[in-house]
Design a protein around this ligand. Structure first.
Ligand code: NAD
Ligand code: WQD
Length: 342
C-alpha cells in the first residue's frame, strides 16, 4: 500500500514515517518545508535504512498534488501538513485558513479525482476548548477559541460532509493531546523555529543553555500545584496510533474520531522536574501571568483508541524526557545548525 504523507518532514510525520517504513509500507513524503528541513527525511532514511521518495510541494497547489497522484499509485493519505502556532493564528488568521483549510480542500479535491478516498487527519485536543470535565471523551462538545482551532474544527466537519456525500470515503480524525519527546536514536525530534511556543521544547532549550529561564504561565489554576495540567504523549506512541489507524482504515464504515492521549495529566512543574531528573540539568523558571486562552486541565480518555485500534500509549514521562533530552543535547540547533532550512 502506498501512503502519501503530507507534511512528511515535520515533527510528528517524521516519527510516523519511521514506523510506517518499518512496517513495510511504501510512503511518499510531500512537504513545502515551510516549517521543517529535508534533513529530517535524510535522518529517517538513516534510521530505517530505506530510501524515501520525497516531493517538494504545497497542498494548496493543485498542480503540485496532481504531479504526485499522476506518478504514484496513492492508496491513502496521512494528512499532517498545516500550520500549528495558536498565537500566530490570532495575528494572521487568513494564512491559517489558507494553509489548513484551503490546503485540505485542494488535497481532498485531487484525492477524489484520483479515486483515492482514504485519509487520516491530524486533528487536535484543541477542538474541546475548555472542557467541562476531564478525562475528555470523543463525544464531548467541541468549540474553538482561536483561528487555528477553528481550522481543525472546520476540517473535521468538512471531512464528515464528504463522507455523507459519498460513503466510499474512509476517514479517521485523530485528536492528539500534547506530543513530546523524540525517537530513541536522538537523531530526529521537534525543531521549532525561533522561540518555542510549546512547553517541552522551551524546557529542553533552557536545560541545554539556549534560554536563560522558563516562564511558567500561572501558578493559580485550580490544579494540585496551581500550574496547568496536560496529557503529554510520547511522539512514538502517537506515531504508532497512525500506523494502527491506517492499517485498520478499510474496516471502518463511518468517520472515526479518536483521541490519542495517555489518560494521565501532568502539571508544568511535574514536567520541569521530570526533565531535570532525566537530563541532570537545572531548568530555572519564573512564575509569570497566565497566557491568554490557556485552560487549567486537559487530558484524554483514551479508551476508544484501545477499543477501536487496539492502541494505547506505552511510554512514560521519564522516557518522554530522556528521549527529548537526547535529541536536544545531540542537536542543540535542531537540523540546520543555524543555517537556512531545507
Ligand atoms: P510541523 O510543523 O513539524 O509539521 C507540519 C509540516 O507540514 C511541516 O513539515 C511543514 O513544512 C508542512 N507544511 C505546512 N504547510 C504546508 C503546505 N501548505 N504544503 C505542504 N506542506 C506544508 O508540525 P507537527 O507538530 O508535526 O504537526 C503535524 C500536524 O499535527 C499539524 O496538522 C498540526 O496542526 C497537528 N497537531 C500538532 C500538535 C502538536 O502539538 N505538535 C497537536 C495537535 C495537532
Ligand atoms: C502546556 C502547558 C502552558 C509554555 C498547544 C495547543 C494545542 C496543541 C498542543 C496543536 C500549559 C504551559 C507553556 C511556556 C508554560 N497543538 N507553558 N510556559 O497550550 O496545552 O496546547 O499545543 O494542536 O492546540 O494549544 O501546550 O505546550 O503550549 O502548554 O508555562 O513557555 O505549559 O500554560 O499549561 P497547550 P503548550
Amino acid at each position: 500500500m502506498s501512503i502519501l504523507v503530507t507534511g512528511g518532514a515535520g515533527y510528528i510525520a517524521s516519527h510516523t514515517s519511521v514506523l510506517l517504513l518499518k512496517e513495510g509500507h511504501d510512503i511518499v513524503i510531500f512537504d513545502n518545508f515551510c516549517n521543517s528541513s529535508s534533513e529530517s527525511i535524510r535522518r529517517v532514511e538513516s534510521i530505517t535504512d530505506k530510501k524515501i521518495t520525497a516531493i517538494e510541494g504545497d497542498i494548496r497547489n493543485r498542480d503540485d498534488l496532481i504531479k504526485v497522484f499522476d506518478k504514484y499509485d496513492i492508496d491513502s493519505v496521512i494528512h499532517f501538513a498545516g500550520l500549528k502556532a495558536v498565537g500566530e493564528s490570532v495575528d494572521i488568521p487568513l494564512k491559517y485558513y489558507d494553509y489548513n483549510l484551503s490546503g485540505t480542500i485542494t488535497l481532498c479535491q485531487v484525492m477524489k479525482e484520483y479515486n483515492c478516498k482514504s485519509i487520516v487527519f491530524s486533528s487536535s485536543a484543541t477542538v474541546y476548548g475548555d472542557p467541562h470535565t476531564t478525562p475528555i471523551k470523543e463525544n464531548f462538545p467541541t468549540t474553538a477559541t482561536n483561528p487555528y482551532g477553528r481550522t481543525k474544527l472546520f476540517i473535521e466537519e468538512m471531512l464528515r460532509d464528504i463522507f455523507i456525500s459519498d460513503n466510499e470515503w474512509k476517514i479517521v480524525l485523530l485528536r492528539y493531546f500534547n506530543p513530546v519527546g523524540a525517537h530513541i536514536s536522538g537523531t530526529i525530534g521537534e525543531d521549532p523555529q525561533g522561540i518555542p511556543n510549546n512547553l517541552m521544547p522551551f524546557v529542553a532549550q533552557t536545560a541545554v543553555g539556549k534560554r536563560e529561564y522558563l516562564n511558567i504561565f500561572g501558578d493559580d489554576y485550580d490544579t494540585p500545584d496551581g500550574t496547568g495540567v496536560r496529557d503529554y504523549i510520547h511522539v512514538m506512541d502517537l506515531a504508532q496510533g497512525h500506523v494502527d489507524a491506517i492499517e485498520k482504515i478499510n474496516s471502518f464504515d463511518n468517520v472515526m474520531t479518536i483521541n490519542l492521549g495517555t489518560g494521565n495529566g501532568y502539571s508544568v512543574l511535574d514536567m520541569v522536574r521530570a526533565f531535570e531528573d532525566a537530563s541532570g540539568r537545572n531548568v530555572p523558571y519564573k512564575i509569570v501571568q497566565r497566557r491568554d486562552g490557556d485552560i487549567a486541565t486537559c487530558f484524554a480518555d483514551p479508551s476508544y483508541a484501545k477499543e477501536i485500534l487496539g492502541w494505547e500509549a506505552k511510554r512514560s514521562i521519564r522516557e518522554m524526557c530522556e528521549d527529548g533530552w537526547r535529541w536536544q543535547s545531540n542537536n542543540p540547533n535542531g537540523y540546520n545548525n543555524g543555517e537556512d532550512k531545507k
